[in-house]
Design a binder for this molecule. Structure first.
Ligand SMILES: Cc1cc2nc3c(=O)[nH]c(=O)nc-3n(C[C@H](O)[C@H](O)[C@H](O)COP(=O)(O)OP(=O)(O)OC[C@H]3O[C@@H](n4cnc5c(N)ncnc54)[C@H](O)[C@@H]3O)c2cc1C
Length: 301
């Protein structure tokens, strides 16, 4: 790479990173996008609920986005992982796993989050196919089907209530002793949503399509789909090492312009929002790109 010094470095070149890159390329900025090439939705066969791209594969959407961004010649791409970041006198320095070093005046993290899937055999193979995280993304495709919710307590109750909009054939699997309150349990019973406390051993599936749940103590329960909200961690700890803060739910704290508390450092996409969707990632990426450019204009004018 001829140039190691950029106006903006973007770490993460999926939906939010590419959206930031487009705003910056259209602002004539010298931009480097460093991308590990592993978006969180890569296993899902079809992506839904993003206007003009409903039902496309995740890769088709990001390939098209990348082709469009590549038209802006001041934006260049680097395949690999950013592993270290430092503040410099007038910006930031990022080092990759291949020990390449780049500097920039502004820095955008669009590196997303990593799902920590529960240790249930078969679940990871079904993730994004028949074990799903979001009804707006995949609920329509399994509407009215026999469906499970993997969850307990407040979350299990609230998720059951929500998913009852898409199907009435619902079972809550607490995977161990229920921690629902008496009122919550009675409310689910009143809505014909059984609560199964038996611990789950595995999910039986064909190519990720769920057939049934197998219990540790024996016995099975047939379901076509299972909703699960799983814990997550940030893909990169560089923003925290640079001084960013996490919310109580594990997202990086940003203001409504995607600015962090570290001057010149922006974060966008899944790293910052519980509204986990391609459309939201694209929106916040566009904001981050525009605001980074605005700061540069203010400093240069
Ligand atoms: C299984 C599943 C199915 C989904 N289905 C839908 C759907 O149907 N519709 C919908 O709207 N949304 C869906 N979503 C949500 C959607 O995929 C995310 O909201 C969106 O991908 C977030 O975009 P992002 O750019 O923030 O992060 P990601 O798309 O996760 O991309 C992060 C990028 O950063 C890179 N990266 C990470 N760390 C580094 C590093 N240190 N250095 C360089 N690069 C790095 C990764 O390799 C990756 O390319 C789904 C999510 C999941 C998990």
């Amino acid at each position: 790479m001829a140039n190691n010094n950029f106006d903006v470095i973007i770490v993460g070149g999926s939906y939010s990173g590419l959206s930031a890159a487009m705003a910056l390329g259209r602002s004539l900025r010298e931009v480097l996008v460093i991308d590990g090439g592993k978006p969180c939705n890569r296993q899902t066969p079809h992506s839904h609920n993003f206007l003009t791209q409903d039902g496309e594969t995740p890769k088709a959407i990001s390939d098209k986005a990348r082709q469009q961004v590549e038209k802006y010649k001041t934006v260049v791409f680097y395949d690999g992982l950013a592993v270290q970041g430092f503040k410099t006198i007038d910006g930031f320095e990022i080092t990759t796993e291949s020990n390449d070093t780049f500097t920039s005046k502004k820095l955008i993290f669009a590196s997303g989050i990593k799902d920590r899937l529960p240790n249930i055999k078969g679940l990871s193979e079904c993730w994004g196919i028949s074990v799903i995280h979001c009804p707006y993304c995949h609920g329509y495709e399994v509407k009215h089907e026999k469906t499970g919710i993997l969850g307990n307590g407040e979350y299990g109750f609230e998720f059951s209530k929500m998913i009852s909009n898409w199907t009435k054939d619902l079972t809550l699997f607490t995977n161990g002793k229920s921690t629902l309150t008496k009122d919550q349990a009675e409310s689910l019973q009143a809505h014909n949503i059984p609560i199964v406390e038996t611990e789950i051993d595995s999910l039986v599936h064909t190519n990720g399509q769920l057939k049934h749940v197998v219990f540790k103590e024996g016995g099975t329960s047939a379901v076509k789909a299972m909703y699960a909200k799983v814990p997550f961690t940030q893909n990169s700890d560089i923003p925290i090492s640079l001084g960013c803060e996490l919310t109580e739910h594990g997202y990086i704290t940003v203001d409504s312009f995607q600015r962090t508390k570290v001057p010149g450092l922006f974060v966008c996409g899944d790293s910052t929002s519980f509204m986990r969707s391609v459309s939201n990632a694209v929106t916040s990426g566009s904001f981050a790109g525009s605001m980074a450019n605005k700061e540069l204009i203010e400093e240069e004018f």
